[in-house]
Unconditional design. Sequence first.
Lengths: 315, 274, 512
Amino acid sequence: MALTLLTRLGILLLSLAAASLLIFLVVQVLPGDPAQVVLGVNATPEALAQLRHQMGLDLPGWQRYLLWIGGVLHGDFGTSQVSGAPVAELLSQKLSVSVPLALMGVAVSVLISVPLGVIAGVRYRHLSGTMISALSLGGIAIPAFWAALLLITVFAIRLRALPAGGFVAWSDDPVAAFRSLLLPAISLGLVQGAILTRYVRSAIVDVLREDYIRTARAKGLTRWQALRRHGFRNAAIPVVTVLGLQLTSLLVGAVVVENVFYLPGLGRMLLQAIGNRDLVLIQATVMLLTGVVLVVNFLVDVSYRLLDPRIRATA
Amino acid sequence: MIAGLALVGLVIATAVLSFAWTPKSPTHVVIPDRFVGPGQRGYLLGSDQFGRDVLSMLMVGARNTLFVGIVAVGIAAGLGVPLGGLAALRRGSAEELVMRGSDVMLAFPALLLAILFAAVFRPGTLTAMVAIGLAFTPVFARLVRGAGLQVMAQDYVTAARTFGSSPSGIFWRHLLPNVANVLIVQATVAFALAILAEAALSYLGLGTQPPTPSWGRMLNEAQNYLSRSALLALWPGLSIALSVLGFNLLGDGLRDLLDPKLQPRESQIRGGLN
Amino acid sequence: MRLMRLAAAISAVLAVIACSGTSNPGSTPQASSRSTIVVGVTQEPTTMDVTAQATAAIAEDLRDNLYEGLVRTDPTGKIVPQLARSWELSPDGKVYTFHLVTASFHDGSAFTADDVKFSYDRAMDPKTVPANPHIDYWAPVQSVDVVDTHTVKVTLKQFSDGFLFHMGQGSAAIIPKGTHLAATSPPATNLATNPVGTGPFKFESWNRGASLTLVRNERYWGTRAPLQKVIFKYISDPNAMNNALLAGDIDVVSGVTGPEQLGSFLNNTSFKVLEGKPTGKIMVAMNNAAGPTRDIRVRQAISYAIDRKAFIDGIQQGHAVPIGSHAVPNDSEPYYVDMTGAYKQDKGRARLLLTEAGYANGLTLRTSLIPFAYARRGGEILASQLADVGIRLQPENVEFPLWLDQTFIKHNYDLTIINHVEPRDIGNYGNPKYYWGYDNPQVAQLIKQADAEQDQTKRNELYAQIERQITSDAVNAWIMSPNSLAVIKSNLHSYPQSRVAPSIYLGAAYFS
């Protein structure tokens, strides 16, 4: 067991290293000169050369890579080339928006999808099941920004109950911060919820076909009772996997909603950083995301092996 | 499923027709004819903010929609199927590599990939769909591996191997045909998702570039003109919704039609871009 | 079922929180009071140091509010005294003597002539780090000398009409002589995160990606500002901006990028739409040095193919004026001459010219378009109009860094649609290395002459000659100058109606 753990850890570290190299390469390939972007159209060649030197852009590629990695290992994530602010500070600011937003979005989607998906699954061939299924199909076809605009028109403009956008820092006013994330989270959650409903439904349907459910029903339990006793836990596994995926993908994937609500989140910052050719910031952000994904995968993997002895056996 | 076939068929038919004929030119700008209502002055569904005929734009846009789906699914399947097959056939380190790689890709936001691609290779439909296709690849890889493992466990496959069938022979003759039904279903789902992805990317300006008509871009531009004409947002939105619905229904129907016993757990199928 | 009950409970809690309080939490607690203003701005600055930022983003927010210069340009483009309450010019036009006001910086230090010398010397010096992006503004300057604590003398190499105008811009703001480099990489001054000026407002905080907050300077040398607090909110999406105004989160939409959405505000008595003087030159810039556009007939054909009204109506919904040369009818360019009659749309003539040039079967022109609405939408309109005369437009949608690299630096383009927002930049036509590649020594000579001409009438006539020449050479195809547009709450007063100077001056604004 310990051996597999160590192997998994080793693989994690290798993946991180490989990812960092890949990210570095991709960022280098970005056409355009960051110094030119900072100095603008009136820049003299001398000023450009000077700034490029200060940004470290005239060093050879491998040196810049090692400098970056070395810095990261020491906890120094560098400074943004465009704004001069430390990257770590920028990242933590944006994360304080994007992480709660992603969590709230997933929470909303769970609140929607679990009850609906279970009903749809249990009433597989009945009218209610098909209707919910159809509804979820409709929900998938609606882009998140449509939902966002609708919510803004109703709740922010007509009812003035919630802000149309913007973000108040958690440290300034936690209630206001929560409220400013509410509409965005619902916009995200509605669409994700529709998708998740289908997963929950199909997970329930699959579980209902399993032998142990048939046995339970043969013993006289109703579908609901059989599910409660045996099914839900098993149905939960694939759903939880998808939830994890949704969570990580929402960190950047919420960029569309962030734009509509002008939230200072990770996705929007990344988009601007790419537009400004802020190479240091781009590298750091993408590396952070990849790192999070890899670590989360590692943890999920380990927990699978701990939880389900069958997987352990086939490892 | 019939409904799905009908909707998809409509999209394909419109796209094909648009090569031969459209009521008016989809790119000709006639400013004095802006925001004309449906049915007036020869604009069957009305005209947009530049006086272009909405119906013609929708028709040509159908071409773009199909293109989007074909490229994305083509790449995803074209890369994912061989990779998944490799994983199922070889096992061991090859499988490990494929699965780890697909783990990372799966959780890597497809949108992020599309943004980076657009910055490196210039924004455009092709760039965006290659990115989306790459993002969907691990789904196909996993699917084929999962189904492949089941197939490999069958007796006739073991028999074939004992008699010296080459791995590629097994792949083509036994693995692929038995996986095909699941693949087709997944392809339709992915098609639908690719269409939505293009709409989202158009919002960020990274999807289909002007002047090529695109439903996603039409929808996004219509947002700005909601106060002038709410209908402008309706037509492309409806088109997107109906085609997505069509592909999803088709997929559902196909899955119900084809042998359910050989399905891997449906819950392994990934979806969702947001 | 337990799950359902849990879900219901959570929803109930959420509903309670959502409905708690009817005030809008998107704005700060004092927004409902009349002494704070929240202004929606599209572009966020990347630094607080006005002498280190290339774009107008920082000047918009801080010039005239926080930073001040010897002079400033008022909303319609006239030069107006600021830190220099008066000045004299020597008869030969080479020496300006500025008499300064008594003022102090936000950090308490006194404002004196030494600060002017420090600021200007720093801006002029090519070795300064970080470099002033508009170092060319000081090209005519020979030396800056302190006469006494409140008098400073600027000696020019020769009279320059543009000099005083440029000293009213953002990058010519006066900074304290104690400004030093902070220990950052890339290097920046201490002003980059903590701006210090002499203006009616001083810096409070900068929440990157979200907002910038200023508070009233109680020790301001001039008239105290009526408003106590200013918050700039950065909202790049025009829909979001409008929603924010409608929802009451902001009080002003400072620069309307989507005039098509004015409809929701025009008939609404809670809001006022401000339309002011036109500013900026939106044009189809052409490569005069390479490619098919090297031929003047091709450029003229393009000029004849264009119908300006389509652009004005299609992009700006009528809120723009057509222009026929590189000048705009506002107070910053008093030499403006109406050249719109030079190339009235004539598709037949355009086709004829193309045939003469050898393109009877049509040609394809690569057009780079940056992600601004006027460029992307303009591209669609241009494509249609050029198609009518046999020119196929090949659009290349690029982000700004790529545009800088490919179009501006490497001159790798045929056409591009661009808005030149800087006033008085007609001097670029004297620079053959500028991305248009226009090389006309006569024009270059005229430009030098005009800038050195002290007599206003003679000067305007020289510039008029330049305008006529570049139009007849069809260097570029000028389309329109968009009118300044803003939407404000109807109880807000003394908000700048025009935005010829980029600065959103709020020193006189108040709520009734």
